[in-house]
Design a protein around this ligand. Structure first.
Ligand code: EPU
Length: 417
């Protein structure tokens, strides 16, 4: 079994370069098949989630060339095959092939997606959007067939500003006849990045980044070159690590506006930050003030940083609270944080953290991707050695995590036990 072994309480300094955004890349790769020509996407992180999407592309007979940070995708000979359940289950983002294949071929057959078990995560809003565009959805057990004679632009109101549904509807609508308007659309930077990619191919998407997105259908999409934005969640994770053990730890290749909710919370805690145009330097303060956070859609505090941020709250003076409003089950890391020595209780959707507490290394489990990030964060401040199992969850989302942390002075290594 592969584990991560971390010996904590080292001071970290130097620079960590943030990779391309996972949650943008995992939508851009399926979106590339909408093009009728070859596209190049650069700054794609080498993580197992992007590998899994490339495997799906291969199954669809799409030609891919992968260099270290870029992927060239040529769908000219692709075939609209059924995507096997094993691949759908590998990750959440397999569902972007629903919108992309529906948009391109007017038919898609695939299964319910996989991904972290952090709540029910239904796809009803995606399907409602496809139906509004004129598709019929047949659901037999776990298999979905979504098809349409013709896709026609429509006005779609999302009951919740879902990231996945907003992107999937955009993918299905770019080649539909007429105009589609998505209201109460999600506003995350990843959505803007996908819309920019589609527009570089010749699509007509306006308003991405606001709650109303307007898409005028076009019949042909050409090749283009596109760059993935920096990963705001990876950046945020390292900023939190810097707040805990940084001595002028520079987080490089960052878009500061994308991490403002975190920046202001760190400042409230008393963390010293130097914010540059594309970097943030973080230094651990002597003491941290307790605070409360409530996760919400962008530009609110991101749910994906809630778990690592909770580790920081274990070091704050007094009582802090974390309210999770996006997922029903994103507190699985708490039991392991308490095993490490924290004092946290969870009631309904709120965790109450009493601090400061000394953490001591032990055996813990990465129950999901960001829970795994919180285990790494906790292990870096714990006394002694921590062993983290189920690390495949972490590898799905953090490129070269071990190498990046080692380069700034952490003692962390992959081990086979
Ligand atoms: N929801 C519905 N119906 C739908 C779609 C969503 O009820 O049809 C609910 C979900 O169950 C959830 C909430 O709406 O409770 C938010 O879901 P959303 O669709 O916004 O999220 P997602 O597309 O499933 C993406 C990221 C997540 C990130 C969220 C929120 C990808 C592949 N995943 O998920 O990333 O937490 O947006 O920002 O982009 C992660 O990186 O660790 C991660 C989980």
């Amino acid at each position: 079994m592969r584990v991560l072994e971390i010996t904590g309480q080292r001071q970290l300094s130097g620079a960590i370069r943030v990779s391309g955004a996972k949650n943008a890349s995992v939508a851009l790769i399926p979106a590339a098949i909408l093009s009728d020509e070859e596209t190049t996407i650069c700054n794609v992180p080498e993580i197992t989630d992007t590998d899994a999407l490339c495997e799906i592309l291969e199954g669809l007979n799409v030609e891919i060339k992968r260099a270290s940070e870029s992927i060239v995708i040529d769908p000219s000979n692709m075939k609209n095959e059924r995507i096997h359940e094993t691949y759908c289950k590998k990750l959440r983002a397999s569902y972007y092939f629903m919108g992309a294949l529906l948009g391109k071929y007017k038919k898609v057959e695939m299964c319910f997606p996989g991904g972290c078990s952090i709540g029910k995560r239904p796809i009803n809003l995606h399907l409602k959007g496809f139906e509004a565009l004129g598709a019929t959805v047949t659901n037999e057990r776990n298999r979905y067939i979504v098809e349409a004679e013709e896709l026609k632009g429509a006005n779609i109101y999302l009951d919740f500003a879902s990231v996945g549904a907003t992107i999937n509807i955009m993918l299905a609508a770019v080649k539909a006849k007429g105009t589609t308007v998505i209201d109460n659309a999600a506003k995350e930077p990843e959505i803007v990045n996908v819309a920019t990619f589609l527009n570089s191919m010749g699509a007509k998407v306006q308003g991405a980044g606001t709650s109303t997105i307007k898409i005028e259908g076009v019949s042909y999409l050409h090749g283009c070159f596109h760059e993935v934005i920096p990963d705001r969640i990876e950046a945020g994770t390292y900023m939190i690590i810097g707040a805990l053990c940084g001595n002028c730890l520079k987080i490089d290749n960052i878009i500061p506006a994308h991490v403002e909710a975190l920046t202001s919370k760190l400042q409230e805690l008393g963390v010293e930050l130097e914010i540059g145009t594309d970097y943030i330097i973080v230094t651990k303060p002597k003491k941290y003030r307790a605070t409360n956070i409530k996760t919400s859609v962008y530009p609110g505090f991101p749910t994906d940083l809630q778990q690592p941020f909770t580790v920081l709250l274990t070091q704050c003076d007094g009582k802090s609270k974390v309210e999770e409003t996006i997922y029903e089950n994103r507190f699985m890391h708490i039991v392991y944080l308490n095993d490490l020595g924290s004092d946290i209780t969870v009631k309904n959707q709120t965790a109450t953290i009493f601090g400061p507490t000394n953490l001591k290394g032990t055996h813990v489990v990465a129950t999901d991707l960001r829970a795994g990030a919180s285990m790494v964060t906790a292990a870096l401040i714990a006394e002694g050695t921590t062993i983290i199992t189920n690390i495949e969850h972490i590898l799905r989302g953090y490129e070269q995590l071990v190498e990046k942390l080692v380069s700034v002075g952490a003692k962390i290594e992959h081990k086979e036990i």
